[in-house]
Ligand binder design. Sequence first.
Ligand code: 5GP
Length: 199
Amino acid sequence: MTLHYKPFAPLVARIREDGKCLEGGILKVDSFINHQIDPTLLQSMSIEFVRRFANKEINKILTIEASGIAPAIMVGFLLNVPVVFAKKKKPSTMDNMLVTEVFSFTKNKSYTVCCSKDFLGAGDKVLFIDDFLANGNAAKGIIDLVNQAGATLAGMGFIVEKSFQHGGDYLRDQGYQVESLAIIDSLDNCTITLRSNQR
Ligand code: 5GP
């Protein structure tokens, strides 16, 4: 499938300026996304997500705790729809849950992800928002939860996609609208190679 990709320039500039490369193909963006958050950049990225999914009917934003919550809230605020974050541990106070397993690439272990049926159900038209798309395991978990709920996945928006881990290929081949604001083609030799345009 042809990927129509347009990098979001303010994010690309910020990754060039402040992104750090860790061993094992991990990009560290702690100074503006994952630990300290730049709300102005977050706002502009969220406006861009809204623009890119303007063709879709959306009544709910879904993410996974914790790092997806900030961008998801901003998109939900702009669209005036509720934001649900799937939890990584089943709370003892909750039954009536949808449950799935997700393998974490950064932590190298599987964890349970769950969401109350009260907040995700048939008829929901869901936009999934997350910080990173790598192998696509979190996204696959979300697809599973959405399917279990009988809801519809309208699309998936990621701040950063690492194309060399191929989650994006899988999701686009499945027919999902996947929008990434920056695509990184390689982190080899700890050099951040950002994709510049459509190819
Ligand atoms: P995936 O499930 O697509 O393999 O990985 C996505 C999840 O792993 C994201 O939710 C993100 O939290 C984490 N992740 C994957 N790659 C990176 C990375 O290079 N940097 C950071 N900070 N998180 C990552």
